[in-house]
Structure formats: structure tokens, C-alpha cells
Write a protein that binds this ligand. Structure first.
Ligand SMILES: [Zn+2]
Length: 561
């Protein structure tokens, strides 16, 4: 009799575990990855009082606070690469790898043989599909990404999953999608309309549902967009944009609120309009592609670019950025409400993070006595050329230095070969001599060359780690400069291009099935997103994934052994 009871309990326990384990190992019907471009870690806490509550009166989900309060919220997630840039961040999120493996080291780099500037997603073989008016890049694909992404491995596992990526910027859409996305859509400001490439659409035709969205958008080309200051303010933003007045005149749209522009202008994406059309397109994709209602996990990736554009134009401490975030919050709520109605939030795993942070305006920092400055890249290029001419004379053709992008400076390798010069010797000498130039090094923390990387002659601590996780011979510059903290180059008001805290810390939030709600007080790495999603989807992590599963944020039963 006792034995029977014991057996019964054992069977009952097994049965219970069986049911629970089954529920917990059920992959979500839909995974949604949202990236807010340039959303720095401190921004959500600063502005959260103005955001919608986690749930409205009728139970409708809010935006940021739905994720912060009903999901797992890691305020301090970090990137560990050297250059905090859009393409690098997006590739890192989806590959779970560092740039030395996924090879997207910058937004663009220079071909050392031809001098041509190569955009991270450029691929001449796959022309733009849709209205390519004003487009300078010949074609677009993810071919420059090394290794696989979360979406690639989901599909490699044989699941009949659909995946779509949407962003105003092509680099964000393409890099979020990876090699096996069914569709990536991005926005051509000039037309203005959504476009894609033949990589996704080999017949060269946009789907009818995309055309249907484009028609009214194109008709709106000359419509005036108006942006007023409205909503609650946190009191943490600067009262005006006077730091911009002299250096960065914004005659076209106005330096202070209210701002206005045309829907077909290059400034249109700065306006809430950019957030609105990204949301509308995401909801349209959800409907048209029937996402979350197929046999296996579907994937929607959305990157909001306007946040980055507004911060670059008005600064990270501007009222414009704060008001835009309030609008983003409303649009996220609209997206989540649509998901709730069509798929159910209980079936949907939502992840929100960012691709990088940014430095506040240099002129503001200088005003408040924080050491800050601007770097003139042209001056560095000229100094490098002068060193080369002093050492080797003038090249037979052109110049020794090909150019620069984001503090990466490139040598003319054709000219080096023509002159019979050895690349190793040239780079070593150039590095040594540049480091002696006080007028350049006053704003530079370290300058290193490819030879320093090979010989592991690197600066200490986080810099060595960031360099090794980033450098790719042939794509990275021959000589690279790490600025002093809060020293940015001159082109635009706000810049992000380093591995310092202000460029590398972003929020990370996950909500949905299997996620344990809470605010997590530990530093995590953005490369942890990919293996965590892979675990919850029942796939293997992407090929170069080096992160860990964020098991502290998973419900019991999802714990790692
Ligand atoms: Zn940016």
C-alpha cells in the first residue's frame, strides 16, 4: 500500500514536471527585436515619468514601461567593441559576436586598393527595388556580415519561420535581418517611400502591401510636417539649443521649437513622422506576412532611426530628444497593442535595446567645465601624409594616405607596392612618428596601427580588449585613433564613435513567455541577447556567438543546469 502511494506521488510529480517543462520549452510564436538607435542607458530613467503606464485602464500595453515593469530590465547592458556605431551595434545584437568575427567594424570603410568607400550593407549585385531616386549606393545585401545571425540559425534549424526587418536606415534593416531574412525594408527620404533590394525581391517588384503604403506617402512629398513642443518635461533637458546657434545653423527647420519641414526633405526623419511611419510599416508587415500565426516562431525586427537623427542634430540633452522619446513610447504602445490583438503578448517575446549611446554636445560640456573637445580629422590626415612624404618622398601618383572614416585612417597600398615599400615597416614608422606629434595627440588617448595589433603592443585594460574584439586586417584603418573622453570629431553636433561608457551603455529589456520580470542590477553584454533568444527559440546560437544565456531573467525551469 505504501509503495503504491509512493509510486503515485512519483508519477504525479513526473506528470506535473512534464506539463510545466512542456509549457516552458514551447518556443514563442513571435519574436520582436526593437532597436532604438542611440538610446543611451540613462535616458529611460530620466524620462520614464512621462511615459505611459505599463498597462492602460482597459489592459492595453504601454510602451517602454510595459517592458521595464512587466519584463526583465537591465539598465546597464554594454557593447565591448572599440567603435560605437550603428552598423556595428546592429550586427553585434543579431550575431551575438564581436566585430572581429562579424566583420562589421564601422558604418563604412575604405577599400585600401581602390580608395572606394564601402558601406556596411553595400553589394552592387543587388540593386534597389522601389523608387531609388537620389540613391548613391548601387545595391544592398548582408554579404559583408561574417557568420550567421539569430534569424539565420532559426531558419537553418529547418523551421518554417518568416523574418522581416524594418528601419528608416538600410544598414539597420539589413543587418538586423541577416542572411536569411525574407524581407528587409528601409526608407528612401527623397522619394519618399519604402524600398528594398533584389537580394530579397529577385523579381524586382515590391510586394503589393508595401506599394499600398508607398502611394499615399509619395503623394505627401511636399506636405508640411510641423513639430511643436508638447507633453510633460522631466526638467533634465537643456532649456534651449543656444550651443548650436553659431556652429550648426539649422535654418531649414529652425533651431528652436516649433520646427517644420517637408515630408520629402532630408530632415523629415528627424520629426515624429519618422517614428510614425516605422511603426505603421511594422504593423503592416505583421498583418501582411501573417507573423506569429504560422507553425513556427516568426521574427520581426524593427529599428527606430529618428532617435539617432534628432540627437545628432540637437544633442542628447535637447528637449527635442525628450519629446521624441515620449512619442516613441506612444508608438511602441501602438505596436504592442497590435501584437496583443493579433498574436497575443503571452505568445510574443519582445526584446528592446540600442546599438550605441553618444556624447553630449561638446560646447555644452565645455560650458559646464567638463574636459571636452573636437578633433579635426583632416588635420590628422594631413599630418600623416606629411610624415609619409618626409620618410619616403612623394608617391608616383596620388597621395600616400587614401582617406579616413570614423578615426580610422587608410594608407594607399597600391602606392606602397609601386614604391617597393614594406607595409609592416611603413605602418610601424608612421605609428611611432604620429605618436610624437603633440598637436595631434592633445585630443587623442592612443594611436595604434595594424602592427601594434599583431604584436599585441596595445594600451592597457578595456582598450586592448576592445581593439582585439574589433580589429579586422584589410577593413580596419592602417592607423586608428582613440580620442580622449568626450573628444569627438567636428562634422556634426553629437557624435558616437568610442568604447567609453557614454557610447557603450544601452538598456536591454525582454518581456514575454519564459521571462522573469524585474530590474536587474548587473552589467550584462549585448552579445548575451543572441544566445538567450536562441535558447528560448530552441535553436543554436549564431556561429560567432560568445555571450551567455541571461538565465537570471528566465522563469524557473528555464534555468541553466
Ligand atoms: Zn548615429
Amino acid at each position: 500500500m505504501r509503495l503504491t502511494a509512493k509510486l503515485w506521488i512519483a508519477f504525479h510529480t513526473l506528470a506535473c514536471f512534464g506539463t510545466q517543462a512542456e509549457a516552458l520549452t514551447q518556443p514563442p510564436k513571435l519574436v520582436v527585436v526593437v532597436v532604438i538607435d542611440q538610446l543611451r542607458s540613462d535616458q529611460l530613467p530620466r524620462w520614464s515619468k512621462s511615459f505611459l503606464p505599463p498597462r492602460g485602464k482597459s489592459g492595453t500595453p504601454g510602451g517602454f514601461r510595459y517592458l521595464m515593469e512587466e519584463g526583465a530590465y537591465f539598465p546597464l547592458a554594454q557593447f565591448q567593441h572599440l567603435q560605437g556605431l550603428t552598423a556595428v551595434g546592429h550586427a553585434t545584437i543579431m550575431t551575438g559576436a564581436y566585430p572581429y568575427q562579424h566583420h562589421i567594424i564601422l558604418n563604412e570603410w575604405i577599400d585600401r586598393e581602390t580608395g572606394e568607400v564601402i558601406q556596411a550593407p553595400s553589394d552592387d549585385r543587388f540593386p534597389i527595388v522601389g523608387d531609388a531616386k537620389g540613391y548613391t549606393v548601387k545595391g544592398i545585401s548582408p554579404k559583408n556580415v561574417g557568420g550567421t545571425t539569430i534569424v539565420d540559425e532559426l531558419k537553418n534549424s529547418g523551421y518554417q519561420s518568416k523574418a522581416v526587418a524594418i528601419s528608416l536606415k538600410e544598414r539597420s534593416a539589413v543587418l538586423l535581418g541577416g542572411h536569411r531574412a525574407d524581407l528587409a525594408l528601409w526608407f528612401n527620404k527623397e522619394s519618399p517611400s519604402w524600398v528594398s533590394s533584389r537580394y530579397y525581391l529577385p523579381k524586382g517588384e515590391l510586394p503589393d502591401w508595401v506599394k499600398a503604403i508607398n502611394e499615399p506617402l509619395k503623394a505627401k512629398h511636399d506636405a508640411i510636417l510641423h513639430w511643436e513642443a508638447d507633453g510633460d518635461e522631466s526638467g533634465t533637458s537643456l532649456p534651449d539649443n543656444r550651443h548650436l546657434e553659431k556652429k550648426y545653423p539649422l535654418d531649414e527647420i529652425g533651431i528652436e521649437f516649433p520646427h517644420s519641414t517637408k515630408a520629402g526633405s532630408r530632415h523629415s526623419v528627424l520629426f515624429p513622422f519618422g517614428v510614425q511611419i516605422t511603426t505603421d510599416m511594422s504593423i503592416a508587415a505583421l498583418d501582411a506576412m501573417n507573423l506569429g500565426r504560422g507553425p513556427h516562431t516568426d521574427f520581426l525586427a524593427v529599428s527606430y532611426s529618428s532617435h539617432d537623427s534628432v540627437a545628432h542634430t540637437f544633442g542628447t540633452n535637447s528637449r527635442e530628444l525628450e519629446f521624441l522619446a515620449e512619442f516613441e513610447d506612444k508608438m511602441l504602445s501602438k505596436l504592442f497593442t497590435s501584437i496583443e490583438q493579433k498574436v497575443g503578448l503571452k505568445n510574443t517575446l519582445i526584446v528592446l535595446t540600442s546599438d550605441h549611446g553618444a556624447s553630449p554636445l561638446t560646447e555644452y560640456l565645455q560650458d559646464v567645465k567638463v574636459p571636452a573637445g573636437r578633433i579635426n580629422e583632416e588635420k590628422i590626415l594631413k599630418a600623416c601624409e606629411e610624415i609619409m612624404v618626409k620618410n619616403y618622398g612623394k608617391p608616383k601618383q596620388g597621395s600616400w594616405m587614401l582617406g579616413f572614416t570614423d578615426l580610422n585612417f587608410y594608407l594607399n597600398h597600391k602606392a606602397l607596392r609601386a614604391a617597393g615599400l614594406n607595409m609592416v615597416d611603413v605602418r610601424k614608422k608612421l605609428g611611432q612618428e604620429v605618436r610624437m606629434q603633440a598637436n595631434i595627440m592633445d585630443s587623442i588617448q592612443y594611436a595604434f596601427t595594424g602592427e601594434d595589433v599583431r604584436e599585441r603592443s596595445l594600451p592597457p585594460g578595456m582598450f586592448a580588449d576592445q581593439i582585439l574584439k574589433t580589429y579586422v586586417e584589410g577593413r580596419s584603418g592602417d592607423i586608428i585613433f582613440i580620442p580622449k573622453p568626450y573628444h569627438v570629431y567636428t562634422k556634426i553636433p553629437t557624435v558616437h564613435v568610442t568604447g567609453y561608457s557614454y557610447d557603450r551603455f544601452v538598456p536591454l529589456m525582454m518581456a514575454g513567455p519564459g521571462i522573469k520580470a524585474g530590474r536587474y542590477g548587473m552589467m550584462v553584454n549585448v552579445v548575451d541577447v543572441a544566445p538567450t533568444l536562441s535558447f528560448l527559440m530552441g535553436t543554436i546560437p549564431p556561429s560567432g556567438s560568445e555571450g551567455r544565456i541571461l538565465s537570471e531573467a528566465l522563469k524557473d525551469g528555464s534555468k541553466q543546469p
